[in-house]
Design a protein around this ligand. Structure first.
Ligand SMILES: Cc1cc2nc3c(=O)[nH]c(=O)nc-3n(C[C@H](O)[C@H](O)[C@H](O)COP(=O)(O)OP(=O)(O)OC[C@H]3O[C@@H](n4cnc5c(N)ncnc54)[C@H](O)[C@@H]3O)c2cc1C
Length: 460
């Protein structure tokens, strides 16, 4: 019997034949994520476990037969990290989608990996709670969020996934289940395996449960839009707003080109006069939230004064509808860039006080290479998302390499939240400290000696 037939037969014995897809039954969606310009890949099978015991048996079997395993959440990743491997299987978590517990005393939710962000948010809203890590795509799964260390717009206040996951349960490559952390807030007991697995892009273990830190849901919010006449003014204002003591829950930067496309293509009505629009080169969107309405009103006044001192041409307190629309538009910026023909989307992070210098370097790279590189991003975290419009593949690689290098020269990193996947792997190999890469390889070997967990992701 061929290895493919063997694995399919044994997977069917574990989960039932109807939970194993093969051949034409494998939908096109399973062959890719949302990364631009990557070749889709058909797996030999898609298996849908219903419980962590089944995940253990799947891993044990794959390890024994030496078959590559790629875990898949919702497939909204932007770096090709869940694209299947040739001859490998996909473990899809759509059946493991239960919110197991919302513990209101400990402020912890316990979820299976297939739970989606919007599903969790609806359940928490009913109880006046929030899991604040909210990357722009709400159909994303918690398993995917944990494994990409997802960020999103509220990271400026609440941190990213790794600051909000207290523990995980996971299955190792040989099928052994482990638990690390849990409902406890602190833990100094040996190496922190939770943090090691967070952001590991399915290369170290399969996550079967996550313990998430919850917060009270703020009842009142306000969204302020501030246009600036120069890129320098806007980027220099960012660290000052973060350090002002106002504590924004979102601090997003949108450049002229991106704002223009948002207003025109999404028909946003923000009340910005034609005169200001003609002069503004970039915008800041600041969201404030507070349980007490009067406090938020005071904060809005104080923010307005700060923004004016920092050079904002105007300060608009948006109507709630317009506030929601600009944030939704910002979340959809990826689809706009894709729809307008972007050749790549990247998410370099730099120390937030270095954004101004970083953006100047990116402008120079764009000019020198004849590329268009519009951007917007989680400015409060120093995380700039850029669409790279450069159709020539060789030139595009050069543009990416130079932008990553510019970010790293300023003490930044190649990816702030989307991960390396397969898309940024060559640049990581070229630009990162080889001593660190070797250490990472050794960690991978300790977790996964046969190299079956998402091989070829992050590094070869
Ligand atoms: C419009 C849009 C906006 C976005 N905005 C943001 C943003 O603001 N911030 C941000 O951080 N990201 C953003 N993203 C990217 C994406 O939503 C996140 O990377 C998200 O965390 C991926 O979740 P997923 O369930 O789709 O994971 P997938 O794409 O399915 O998988 C991602 C990685 O996790 C691994 N994985 C999944 N489940 C498991 C598991 N149970 N065990 C082990 N490994 C697993 C996969 O193998 C893969 O390596 C955006 C994407 C889109 C399309």
């Amino acid at each position: 019997m061929s290895q493919t037939s063997q694995i399919i037969e044994r997977l069917a014995a574990i989960v039932g034949a109807h939970e194993v897809l093969t051949g034409e039954a494998i939908g096109e969606d399973y062959t890719h994520d949302e990364a631009l310009n990557l070749e889709p890949q058909m797996p030999v099978a898609v298996v849908k476990p219903g419980a962590s015991e089944e995940v253990s048996l799947i891993m044990k079997t794959a390890n024994e037969l030496g078959v590559a395993v790629t875990a898949r959440g919702a497939g909204t990743g932007l770096s090709g990290a869940c694209v299947p491997k040739q001859g490998g299987i996909v473990v899809s978590f759509e059946r493991m989608n239960k919110i197991l517990e919302i513990d209101e005393e400990n402020f912890v939710a316990v979820v299976e990996p297939g739970v989606c962000l919007d599903q969790l948010d609806v359940a928490l809203a009913e109880r006046g709670l929030v899991y604040p890590v909210y990357p722009g795509e709400y159909s994303a799964s918690l398993g995917g969020n944990v494994n990409t260390n997802a960020g999103g717009m509220r990271a400026v206040k609440y941190g990213v996934t790794r600051h909000n996951v207290l523990g995980i349960e996971a299955v190792l490559a040989d099928g052994s289940p482990i638990k690390s952390g849990g409902k406890l807030i602190k833990n100094s007991t040996g190496y922190d395996l939770t943090q090691l697995i967070i952001g590991s892009e399915g290369t170290l273990a399969i996550v079967t449960k996550a313990y998430l830190k919850l917060h009270p849901r703020p009842e009142h919010s306000a969204t302020v839009l501030a246009p600036f006449a120069t890129l320098d003014d806007v980027t220099q204002a960012i660290p000052k707003i973060v350090d002002s003591g106002i504590g924004p829950s979102m601090l997003e930067y949108i450049d002229l080109m991106t704002m223009h496309v948002m207003i025109e293509q999404l028909e946003l009505k923000l009340g910005v006069s034609a005169d200001i629009r003609a002069k503004a080169l970039a915008y800041l969107v600041v969201q404030l939230e507070n349980p007490i309405k009067a406090r938020i009103e005071e904060d809005v006044v104080s923010l307005g004064e700060h923004l004016a001192e920092l050079g904002a041409m105007e300060v608009y307190l948006l109507e709630p509808r317009a506030g929601r629309e600009i944030i939704e538009a910002r979340e959809k910026a990826f689809w706009l860039a894709k729809g307008n023909g972007a050749n790549d989307i990247i998410d370099v992070v730099v120390p937030r006080a270095s954004i101004a210098e970083f953006m100047q370097k990116v402008s120079a790279i764009a000019q020198e290479t004849g590329s268009m590189i519009p951007g917007c991003g989680h400015a409060g975290d120093g995380n700039v998302h850029m669409g790279v419009f450069q159709p020539d593949p060789e030139k595009k690689s050069e543009v990416l390499r130079r932008i990553f290098q510019a970010g790293m020269d300023l003490g930044g990193a190649i990816s702030g939240e989307h991960g390396l996947g397969v898309m940024k792997k060559p640049y990581f190999a070229e630009l990162e400290d080889p001593v660190k890469i070797e250490l990472m390889r050794n960690i991978k070997k300790a977790f996964d000696p046969k190299g079956i967990l998402n091989p070829g992701t992050m590094f070869d």
